[in-house]
Design a protein around this ligand. Sequence first.
Ligand code: CIR
Length: 253
Amino acid sequence: MFSNAIVKTPAASMINGLTTAGLGQPDYELALVQHQNYISALKSCGVNVHILESDERYPDSTFIEDVALLTPVCAILTRPGALSRRGEVAGLEEVLLEYFSDIEQINSPGTVEAGDIMMAGSHYYIGLSERTNRAGAEQMIAILERYGLTGSMIELQEVLHLKTGVAYLENNNLVACGEFIRHPEFNSYNILEISTEESYAANCIWVNNKILIPQGYPMSLETIQSAGYEVLEIDVSEFRKLDGGLSCLSLRF
Ligand code: CIR
């Protein structure tokens, strides 16, 4: 179960964030409202939400998931592959020290964005992407092993981050889309298949037995409800315009 979440208020500069979506610029005022609703949903799942101030220097900094991996036993600061995001890590250590006594760090030449890391129990799947390189993944696995955890790498073909296309919902249930539906690494899981038309809904999150999914994906909603979950739908249309999803908007631990 998670007790805490950390979120970062979107900066007005988010309109200049990195994107491949082709959906136009986000509406900042609407993004702020959606972010508040996201926070309310997290709270309704029973977690305390630590809200960090916005940082105009970093348009993508509201996607705080990418800059740290928080495990039950340690925190690991990443080194984002996107150069415009690298500075987002500074300052987070001070916040994490409120919760963690052991804080580790990914170093050059390694790059990792934690949107590429999916936790399944004590195992962490690490996507090798344009943002996370092998050196970073190797460092991450070595750190995890020092703390009695394990990790393995998965080469990504189509998606930005691993969790763009896959989400672990506990109880051996794995939401998967596209390249992950029949991926050999995941063949021991019960796959909850997300169709290509609704691929954005694959980025959903388990928070204390409830599932948060993006609003507007009825087939995915039905699939996850049919697996026995209580589902909360959240509208994150403005974050989608920057390739960001529900998982990217918080660190949950
Ligand atoms: C980026 O390209 O870095 C941001 N615009 C979106 C990051 C999304 N994060 C994630 O999937 N974990």
